[in-house]
Design a protein around this ligand. Sequence first.
Ligand SMILES: *Cc1c(COP(=O)(O)O)cnc(C)c1O
Length: 373
Amino acid sequence: MAVPAARIVFGPQDRAAVADAVTEILTSGALTLGPYTERFESSFAAAHRAPHAVAVSSGTAALEIALRIVGVSGRDVVVPANTFYATAAAVIHAGGRPVFADVSASTFALSAAGLKAALTPSTAAVVLVHIGGLITPETDELRRLCDEQGIALIEDAAHAHGCTYDGRFAGSFGQVGAFSFYPTKVTTSGEGGMLLTSSEQFRDEARLYRDQGKGSFSANHHVRHGSAWRLSELNAAVGEVHLRHLEDFVEARRRVARTYTAELAGLDGLRPLTEPEKCRGNFYKYIALLPHGVDRTRFKTAVAESGVRLSGEVYDLPLHHQPVLTEYADGPLPVAEDVCARHVCLPIHSDMHDDEVDQVLTAVSAAYAAVAG
Ligand SMILES: *Cc1c(COP(=O)(O)O)cnc(C)c1O
């Protein structure tokens, strides 16, 4: 049996719960901004001990709304170089200019040194991305740097459902946290996103933005440049059902990660990213760095020959090398370039079986011996 790169887990009970919800939604005719969305929001907020949650149509929309609320138009926004395209695209869509920053090789996250080097007199905001569901121990220092300069801190928590640092949840470290429910994420709603905030004012602003900037649901007075960023009730129902499993999914992923880390310790030179002290990650991705000089493509091909599909990198090409973003590139970012080029992601699923874990370890060890040995 092959081990796929990712697996989306909806058991028979979940499918039945979604089917019941769909019947109820279609019967009621309340297809958007209704009770399922409200339930999804309150469950997601509760799962992250957040005071407020606003559901939207995607993680990208959540980021753009967050950036529009704090106001980045015509200003610079610091973004790590090794993140998904959408992090930078949201900045551009909100009228800002992404400034790419270097990161820490041990967490793949923005470092205080990287942030300091990227600050300009025009910096309005910083986006911290919790790559792979790891939360950097520099988070509090990053927040302090931002606060000192009156700069907003936004979290791109698309990878970080249920992650904590020092007992505090992703989404609580900056002014707003933006989550995604794209199918591959730790929990999904098909498509969807969520903003978490402790600010009532930000919650109200996010509600305006997601519904075309309308001053009220019934009136046609537009008071913000919003868009069609609502989440449908159908997607909210899927998201709420999936969210019920968040703790189990995170535990299952952490169990797989513990086995991987213990077993890979014998492969000299292959370095898995491990959780920083006080961080409880969700292992959205299980990341390992290949030694310098090992050909990643050859390694991946060798693993695939054993029927194991490695999952996608996070990310293989840094943003300052992306064709559509070159106008924002400003010199080399050596750590980001190095980690983007050198890491692999082992498959990790929320329902991974022990025999799959064994199969991955066997395939990875054999490929490593063949390519790096
Ligand atoms: C998935 C993802 C997004 C975008 O989420 P969508 O729901 O697909 O819009 C943004 N940032 C990161 C880091 C992501 O992984």
